[in-house]
Design a protein around this ligand. Sequence first.
Ligand code: GDP
Ligand code: IMO
Ligand code: MG
Length: 421
Amino acid sequence: MKKVDVILGLQWGDEGKGKVVDVLTPNYEVVARFQGGPNAGHTLEFNGEKYVLRSIPSGIFQGGKANIIGGGVVLDAILFRLEAEELAKSGHDLTKQLSISKKAHLILPTHRMLDAAYEAAKGSAKIGTTGKGIGPTYTDKVSRNGMRVGDLLSPDFKQIYARAKARHEAILKSLNYTYDITALEQEWFEAVEYLKQFNLIDSEFFVNNALKADKSVLAEGAQGTLLDVDFGSYPFVTSSNTVCAGACTGLGVAPNRIGEVFGIFKAYCTRVGSGPFPTELFDETGATLRRIGHEFGAVTGRERRCGWLDLVALKYSIMINGVTQLIMMKADVMNDFETIRVATSYKVNGVETTEFPYSIEEGVEPVYTDFAGWQCDLRACRSYEEFPEAFKRYVDFIEQETGVPVKIISVGPDRDETVLR
Ligand code: GDP
Ligand code: IMO
Ligand code: MG
């Protein structure tokens, strides 16, 4: 029986998951998103075209593969419809290729309002969410009040909706949040009808039957390990399990059915939204990373905060996920840098440690190891041998520190700008 390989982010998201899923999809028959929702923005570039996917798995462009939105996902029917229609315009009819788990939870218009209201109530302590209703939808799931895609098929659908809406309205009133969802609600009801043309499936059976039939399955994560609700920089996290265990709960795959775990990281580090970020750069170097790396949110357009690679955090993420192969992205952004820094330990209130601490909010000072930059264009390289020695030393160091091989190196946004080892 085949196993499920998992691909996930090891930092604070936007590591380049979309690009790598697209690159790896030819090796798989099924690609399945296991958590998150339209807070994700996964960018793919090939043949001079650029696509940003939010809820649709990034295996959709590699012809004829089954793509699944798993039960751990939260789905906004309105945004999903926009995304699917946009793809249809460019000639990608998804109805045959894409299936949606009946266990995925629906994001209601009032969930979006609640997201905004909770953020406003937090004032300066706000999380800086994407405003897509992610937290309130997962909250309803866990408090056993959620609405699932499977409810679309129930004759009581409208009543289930009305009950949820009434509950949300009472909370919004208590928060003195004013809003008007008349138009949004209309659009939502049309969009949930639109959902019905897709295969609404029991994705746990779909995935396990595929494995039994010896088909290979790739599970695609969203966000990153440091945004995981249990292991991330809480409370500045998202509301789902972004870690490898999330692939088990999000798809109904047993832990002993997990195969390779591909951990993706940028050769530096970024974060969007609020929350601590020990290696953040507030100087010209940070601005240069942002400018050359085009570090602006794919969903919200917000500036991404930029900083040096953090090996304390990376090693922690590798441990939590059981990463078996590393994938390094965007080293090309630092092509012209004279010096490249990597945090190898932290001083926490003056005491040095290599363990990611309970809180990184205060008193954490990164200790850096410096590397000479390679100062040449990595984007032209298509094999490991072509890379300059200075870059290979950087890769070797990361492998030694983490004990995990770097198997894929991405040197540009395009599908072809990828070096496999
Ligand atoms: P995801 O959310 O993890 O899928 O990542 P995003 O798509 O949000 O952000 C990654 C960004 O980096 C996108 O704009 C990609 O096109 C771009 N990108 C991916 N890999 C590389 C790379 O190796 N080099 C450069 N320069 N850009 C890359
Ligand atoms: P991809 O899949 C980067 C961040 C938000 C905010 C926090 C909570 O493209 O890597 P939420 O809307 O989830 O309640 O916001 O999480 N965040 C992301 N940051 N990439 C993402 O997705 C993100 N999804 C959520 O900025 O700080
Ligand atoms: Mg992204």
